[in-house]
Write a protein that binds this ligand. Structure first.
Ligand SMILES: [Fe+2]
Ligand SMILES: [Fe+2]
Length: 213
């Protein structure tokens, strides 16, 4: 398989493992904040899901001939700074809401037998992770309604942190074989980012009394 397919799946292993670390932190903070038990159980489940995604993504990497491909796990990618509401907004309300249509598109194009079942599993879980984000935000806003102002102020910065998706660098188009391995063209990421922001994410913030600039 091509180098960029192996690099992409190696990057995904690291990203999934990073999500496990960050969600473990969200779980600990959510326990301390006294979020409802149902949300704590879901956060706990998500830690496990992300560990599964990391393992399954590594199995894909090996199946695609990337057993020797290094997986770079930087300590700073396994935890995040800020506050619980910041992480919920950035990693869940934004990150997981973008992930659902992105994985949907990848799965639609994927033909490789080692890739499809893994994308099926990830996609199924990401919908749960997205719902957790919005439910956790609602619970936090109920506990502390003034957080609305904080979210309104920090939201543009969190959206800008997804700049790599919104404004991709040019790259040669993918081959059908690469697409069959679950890769998306950079322009597709940008298009999905824009349509998800406008059609899904921005209205969800507005409905919660958080205006979009
Ligand atoms: Fe994941
Ligand atoms: Fe996730």
């Amino acid at each position: 398989m091509t180098g960029r397919v192996r690099q992409e799946w190696s990057r995904r292993v690291a990203a999934e493992y990073g999500s496990a670390g960050i969600t473990a932190q969200v779980l600990a903070w959510s326990v301390q904040a006294g979020l409802p038990p149902g949300l704590l159980y879901t956060a706990n489940r998500i830690v496990r899901d992300e560990l599964d995604h990391a393992r399954l993504s590594h199995e894909v990497l090996v199946a695609l001939g990337g057993a020797e491909e290094p997986v770079v796990l930087a300590a700073e990618d396994l935890s995040v700074g800020g506050t619980l509401v910041d992480v919920v907004v950035r990693n869940f309300c934004l990150g997981e809401s973008f992930a659902v249509p992105t994985f949907e598109r990848m799965r639609r194009r994927a033909t490789h037998p080692a890739v499809r079942p893994v994308l099926d599993r990830i996609l199924e879980d990401e919908a749960v992770h997205r719902a957790f984000g919005w439910d956790a935000l609602d619970a936090l806003l109920e506990l502390a309604p003034t957080l609305r102002e904080h979210v309104t102020i920090v939201l543009p910065g969190h959206v800008a942190s997804f700049d790599g998706y919104a404004n991709p660098r040019a790259a040669p188009p993918l081959t059908d074989e690469e697409r069959g391995c679950g890769l998306l063209d950079h322009a597709e990421y940008a298009e999905l980012f824009q349509s998800t922001w406008t059609g899904d994410i921005a209205p969800r913030f507005v409905r919660r009394g958080i205006p979009i600039g």
